[in-house]
Design a binder for this molecule. Structure first.
Ligand SMILES: O=C(O)c1cc(=O)[nH]c(=O)n1[C@@H]1O[C@H](COP(=O)(O)O)[C@@H](O)[C@H]1O
Length: 271
C-alpha cells in the first residue's frame, strides 16, 4: 500500500489506529485453546470485530516465533487473511530486523515478498547498508526505530554523539539514504515531549507510535506534537485492545476498546 492510499484510509475511517496482534496463549480465552490454531482463531475474531475502527494491524513476530512452526503458520494465516479479506488494511510486521546487506535482503524478501506485509520494523544500529536493502522494495515501507517507548531508550538513543542526540543522528542520516521516501519511523508515545524536535527534522514522515494504553503514553499529547498536515501518525495499542476480556465476548470487548481510541482520533481529526 502506498502512503497516499494509507492517508485516504485514515480520512475515510477517521482513524489512525493500529492494533497490535501480540498473541500470548496464556492471555487468550481458554475455549480458543481447543481450536486447531488458537492464535489464528483469536486474530480472526479480533480482526473481524475491529477492522472498521483501525487502519493497520501490527503482529509482533516474537509472539509467533515463540510457538515455533505453529506460530509462524499462524502469522502466515493472519497476513493472508488480512490481504485477502481486508486489502484496504495496512500491515506491519514488527520484527525489528537489520543485518549485513545480503542478510537484510533476505529479511526483506521474507516479510515483503513471501508473507506480503506492507512494512517491517528495522533497527538502525548497523547503518546504511543494513537498511537500504529494505528500502529497495517498491511500495513497501521500512519503519526505523528512532526513539523507542521503553526506559532503555535513554541508554543510547538520547546520548549526545558529536553534539547531537543519537536518535537525531539516526533521523538526519537516514534521510540521505537511497529510497529514503520509503522510510517511516518509530517514536514511543511515552516520548511525546520529543515530537516537536523530531518533527523539525522529519516534518513529512509517517510515525508509528506504540506505547498508548499498557505503557501509559497519552494520545492527545502525541497528536499535539506529532501530527502533521497529512496526519502522519499510526498509533498502536496491543494489550490495551486485544486483552479487553478473557471471556466469550473478547472480540466485542476489543472492539469497544478500539472504538474508544477511534472516537478520540475522530474528534482530533475534526478539530
Ligand atoms: O516497534 C514497535 O512497535 C515498538 C517500539 C517501541 O518503541 N515500543 C513498543 O512497545 N513497540 C512494540 O509495540 C507493541 C506495544 O504493545 P502494548 O504496550 O501492549 O500496546 C509491542 O509489540 C512492542 O514490541
Amino acid at each position: 500500500m502506498t502512503t497516499t492510499q494509507l492517508i485516504e484510509q485514515i480520512h475515510k475511517k477517521r482513524s489512525f489506529l493500529c492494533i497490535g496482534l501480540d498473541v500470548d496463549l496464556n492471555k487468550i480465552p481458554k475455549h480458543l485453546l481447543e481450536e486447531d490454531d488458537p492464535i489464528f482463531a483469536f486474530n480472526k475474531a479480533i480482526i473481524d470485530a475491529t477492522h472498521q475502527l483501525c487502519v493497520a494491524y501490527k503482529p509482533n513476530t516474537a509472539f509467533y516465533e515463540a510457538y515455533g512452526l505453529k506460530g509462524w503458520e499462524a502469522l502466515e494465516k493472519t497476513i493472508n487473511y488480512l490481504n485477502t479479506n481486508y486489502p484496504e488494511i495496512y500491515t506491519i510486521a514488527d520484527a525489528k530486523r537489520g543485518d549485513i546487506g545480503n542478510t537484510s535482503t533476505m529479511y526483506a524478501k521474507a516479510f515483503f515478498e513471501d508473507l506480503g506485509f506492507d512494512s517491517v520494523t528495522v533497527a538502525p544500529y548497523m547503518g546504511k547498508d543494513s537498511v537500504e536493502p529494505f528500502l529497495a522494495f517498491k511500495e513497501k515501507h521500512t519503519i526505523l526505530l528512532a526513539l523507542t517507548s521503553n526506559q532503555g531508550a535513554f541508554d543510547f538513543q538520547t546520548e549526545i554523539v558529536e553534539g547531537k542526540e543519537l536518535y537525531k543522528q539516526v533521523l538526519e542520516t537516514s534521510k540521505t539514504w537511497t529510497n529514503s521516501q520509503n522510510l517511516m519511523y518509530v517514536v514511543g508515545a511515552t516520548k511525546a515531549e520529543y515530537l516537536g524536535d523530531i518533527r523539525k527534522i522529519i516534518p513529512d514522515s509517517f510515525l508509528l507510535v506504540p506505547g498508548v494504553g499498557a505503557q501509559g503514553g497519552n494520545l492527545q499529547d502525541v497528536c499535539k506534537y506529532g501530527m502533521n498536515d497529512q496526519v502522519g501518525l499510526l498509533i498502536n495499542s496491543s494489550r490495551g485492545i486485544i486483552y479487553a476480556s478473557q471471556n466469550g465476548d473478547f472480540a466485542q470487548a476489543s472492539a469497544e476498546k478500539a472504538s474508544e481510541l477511534q472516537r478520540q482520533m475522530e474528534a482530533i481529526l475534526l478539530q
